[in-house]
Design a protein around this ligand. Structure first.
Ligand code: ATP
Ligand code: MG
Length: 217
């Protein structure tokens, strides 16, 4: 399964969710690869930081090139799960990363502005689905404030959106930045902590996310 973590909006948690999801799958025994499809190279930098501290948990490779659409599905046959950390901006690269994927995960912060700002990415996914009808997509709430309910305005914005929102939500927690600094994931930094629990829950929901859950256009 190739999971493309994409959103044209910058700083929404694409890299954070990508590397922590990859770690959760690897920790669960899956053969995993993390692909950095962002020229910024954040996932690659994370893996460099990791190399100074601990052993690799999975390979991290850079593939910020349009040929990812054709090349990645071939390489992915050797893996159970491939997570693609996508670039912000709608570009040829974004389009190619979408075409390479089986499922698109769009991290969004719980604000109507952030949901509305996914419009161009949603459009790209819609276009890709014409060529690849099996492609699925969902939103994942990131940086929710713990112990607060998602506001009515946010729920309304999701209700109007083209794709479903996953039940598993990720909260705002310092551990995400702290662990990434030293090349760790939250499932390693605090295996029984709240962050690890919410990432594992998200990972499980993504793997179970199928065609049947696709929201009708
Ligand atoms: N759940 C979270 N809790 C706390 N901090 C978070 C969380 N998710 C992301 N962050 C922080 O927010 C910042 C942006 O996150 P991240 O780099 O993952 O976003 P991105 O979408 O990959 O950004 P870009 O568009 O630049 O690639 C980082 O400093 C990261 O540590
Ligand atoms: Mg990033």
């Amino acid at each position: 399964m190739i999971i493309g973590v994409l959103n044209q909006k910058g700083g929404v948690g694409k890299t954070t969710l990508s590397l922590n999801l990859a770690a959760a799958y690897a920790d669960d025994g899956a053969k995993v690869m993390l692909v950095d499809a962002d020229p910024q190279g954040s996932s690659l930098r994370w893996s460099s930081a990791r190399a100074e501290n601990v052993a690799p948990l999975f390979p991290v490779v850079g593939m910020a090139k349009p040929s990812i659409a054709r090349e990645l599905p071939v390489i992915a046959r050797d893996y159970d799960v491939v997570v693609v950390d996508g670039a912000p901006r709608v570009s040829e690269l974004g389009r190619a990363a979408i075409m390479a994927s089986d499922m698109i995960l769009m991290p969004v912060q719980p604000s109507p502005f952030d949901i509305w700002a996914t419009e161009d990415t949603v459009q790209l996914i819609r276009e890709a689905q014409i060529f690849k009808p099996s492609l699925t997509a969902a939103f994942a709430v990131n940086r929710k404030i713990a112990n607060t309910a998602i506001g009515r305005d946010v729920l309304e914005a999701f209700a109007e959106a083209d794709f479903p929102v996953l039940k598993a939500q990720v909260c705002q927690r310092v551990l995400y930045a702290e662990s990434a600094m030293v090349g760790l994931s939250v499932v390693e930094a605090a295996p029984y902590g709240d962050a690890a629990r919410e990432i594992r829950r998200l990972a499980t929901e993504i793997r179970g996310f199928g065609q049947g859950e696709r929201k009708a256009a």
